[in-house]
Design a protein around this ligand. Structure first.
Ligand code: NAD
Ligand code: MG
Length: 354
């Protein structure tokens, strides 16, 4: 029996995770948390709305933490699991992007294992299982391209919140859906992949693949590439991360080729979607640049969702913030929280000026 602490239980990932846990007799919820929404309908011994997630984890002593909180708020739970040698099923990519080296050193001390829930990283993790790192040539992250694929920059100035929330292939929370429309989500995933797999940014490529059937590819030095394919459904990577090393059945259909299935790929448009290029720069800059990238993006996305700024202002806010921060590495969590707050302040100031 594996005892699961589910953080972000009322969200898109959280709800699907409850379905997976309920379907598998070897999984059991021991704790659930949300930010502000009620957990009345969740049947679990320990629950908490708001408050300190690490206190809940201390009480619950889970075998696996599924961190499905949105944003930097997930940082404490990520570090807690890694420090305590508890398996971390990680959906909350923002924490790994922001913490980078701190997360890896917590993992080195505590021995916590990261099982990626992000579909692309789950795909890459599976393609890399049992491979000698020396044989790996490069990683390929696929991106749907979002609702604005193929659009010109000018045409994006006046897009509405509803248009940005109309994702072609995935149903997700609002923040990640906007990130998918700006390609900031793929930018965060690029940095996430760097930390998860220890591969240089120069060897991680992003390719646009509109149907989201191929979730990730690993190219090897002999010219072979392994891909992970399947219908876009988060229950697959959630189940994989929670049940690892088992691969229990899910209600997701097997790939069907009886109708035609065409897979297409194209390079991302970095001019129209500058947040992808900015993520690469922030990742290569290292230190707290990725933390500032994430923090300013969180502020800008919240302002866009609130109708305070336009779609193109999201990238402009992140770019300006990155140009102003020092990016010095964080020695500890206190430094990191300070870097996050500073980037939020700078981004918020820019919003007022806009
Ligand atoms: P969501 O907005 O649907 O849900 C977020 C959850 O986090 C809610 O339960 C909310 O109450 C909780 N929460 C927010 N702030 C909190 C806090 N301070 N303390 C405790 N709980 C808090 O978001 P989502 O789409 O489920 O995404 C969650 C995470 O998973 C994000 O990091 C996202 O990038 C990642 N992710 C999501 C998907 C997807 O398909 N939804 C896919 C890949 C990765
Ligand atoms: Mg993803």
């Amino acid at each position: 029996m594996k005892r699961v602490a589910l953080l972000g239980a009322t969200g898109s990932i959280g709800r699907q995770a409850i379905e997976i846990v309920n379907a598998h007799p070897e999984l059991e919820l021991c704790a659930a948390a949300s930010g502000s929404s009620s957990l009345d309908d969740v049947d679990v011994p320990l629950k908490q709305v708001g408050g300190d997630l690490t206190e809940l984890l201390e009480r619950a002593q889970p075998d696996v933490v599924l961190n499905a909180v949105v944003g930097f708020a997930g940082i404490h739970a990520t570090l807690w699991a890694l420090e305590h040698g508890v398996d971390l099923a990680l959906a909350n990519k923002e924490s790994l992007v922001a913490a980078g080296e701190l997360a890896l050193s917590a993992q080195e001390r505590g021995g916590g294992r990261i099982l990626p829930v992000d579909s692309e990283h789950s795909a890459l993790y599976q393609c890399l299982q049992g491979r000698d790192p020396e044989t790996v040539h490069s990683l390929v992250l696929t991106a749907s391209g979002g609702p604005f694929r193929g659009r010109s920059r000018e045409s994006l100035a006046a897009v509405t919140v509803d248009e940005a929330l109309a994702h072609p292939t995935w149903r997700m929370g609002r923040k990640i859906t906007v990130d998918s429309a700006t390609l900031a989500n793929k930018g965060l995933e690029l940095i996430e992949a760097h930390w998860l797999f220890g591969i240089d940014f120069g060897r991680i490529e992003v390719v646009v693949h509109p149907s989201s059937i191929v979730h990730g590819l690993v190219r090897f030095r002999d010219g072979a590439a392994l891909a992970h394919v399947g219908y876009p459904d988060m229950r697959v990577p959630i189940s994989y991360a929670l049940a690892h090393p088992d691969r229990p059945a899910t209600p997701v259909a097997a790939l069907d080729f009886s109708g035609a299935l065409t897979l297409s790929f194209e390079p991302p448009d970095l001019e129209v979607f500058p947040l992808l290029a900015l993520a690469r720069e922030a990742g290569e800059g290292g230190g707290t640049f990725p933390c500032a990238y994430n923090a300013s993006n969180e502020i800008a996305v919240a302002a866009f969702l609130d109708g305070q700024i336009g779609f193109l202002d999201i990238a402009a806010t992140v770019e300006e913030t990155l140009g102003r921060v020092v990016g010095a590495p964080a020695r500890d969590l206190h430094d990191l929280v300070e870097a996050d707050s500073e980037a939020r302040r700078l981004a918020a100031r820019r919003l007022i000026a806009a």
